[in-house]
Write a protein that binds this ligand. Structure first.
Ligand SMILES: [Cu+2]
Length: 67
């Protein structure tokens, strides 16, 4: 289970993009978005770095802290 803090994920459209981005990297992953906290939990076998890089490229760079 990975958790990312995405400060730029602010609305439903962002959440959709984040979801699509993660599913593109790992179609089998489970994604749980918390818009209020700007966080996303990802259940995936993929390396954290691979997911973080894809999110950054999609315009949602994860913040250093995951809290
Ligand atoms: Cu948005």
């Amino acid at each position: 289970m990975h958790q990312f803090h995405l400060p730029d994920m602010t609305c439903g459209h962002c959440a959709g993009t984040v979801n699509q981005t993660l599913k593109f990297i790992d179609p089998a992953c489970e994604v749980q978005v918390d818009l209020a906290r700007h966080t996303v939990r990802v259940k995936s076998q993929e390396a954290r770095e691979a997911l973080a890089e894809a999110l950054s490229e999609a315009g949602y760079p994860p913040a250093a802290s995951t809290a």
